[in-house]
Design a protein around this ligand. Structure first.
Ligand code: FES
Ligand code: FES
Length: 153
């Protein structure tokens, strides 16, 4: 066990866990931030995607010791009132089906749009390729990202 200081969604937290504990476990079990989902646990599905210093990362496969003193953002901290342009576009396009993959999809898309605010369809497809949706909402996800990009420009 070791003590780590983490900054999550702008707030400081102290957790006592084994250094190799995946960040996803810390978020869900220690900080009760359960918006980030466990899917595969092997960096394969994207359900657990968060931002680490603004970059999309798969929190199931990142040990807590590697993010101490970095700034983490989860779906709960993406916007103040759930009003990030992506979240609004998600509602407009009625994207989720079961919803399980959607926080990860939005977090991946948010980091992507920061890097590429005016993406082509192909760039969106490539950027979102690793986020799996077992319900097959891919077309609505792409449409919502296009709408969000338009609204952010
Ligand atoms: S749960 Fe992390 S990528 Fe699947
Ligand atoms: S909405 Fe069900 S897994 Fe994506």
């Amino acid at each position: 066990m070791a003590t780590f200081n983490l900054k999550v969604n702008g707030k400081e937290h102290q957790v006592e866990v084994a250094p190799d504990t995946p960040v996803l476990w810390v978020l869900r079990d220690h900080l009760q931030l359960v918006g980030t989902k466990f899917g595969c646990g092997m960096a394969q599905c994207g359900a657990c995607t968060i931002h680490v210093d603004g970059n999309a990362m798969r929190s199931c496969s990142v040990p807590v010791q590697s993010v101490a003193d970095k700034s983490l953002t989860t779906i709960e901290g993406l916007s103040d009132k759930g009003d990030h342009p992506l979240q609004e576009a998600w509602i407009e396009h009625d994207v989720p089906q079961c919803g399980y993959c959607q926080a990860g999809q939005i977090m991946n898309a948010a980091a992507f749009l920061k890097e590429n605010p005016n993406p082509t369809d192909e760039e969106i497809a490539t950027a979102m390729n690793g986020n799996i949706c077992r319900c097959g909402t891919y077309l609505r996800i792409k449409a919502a990202i296009k709408t969000a990009a338009k609204n952010m420009s």
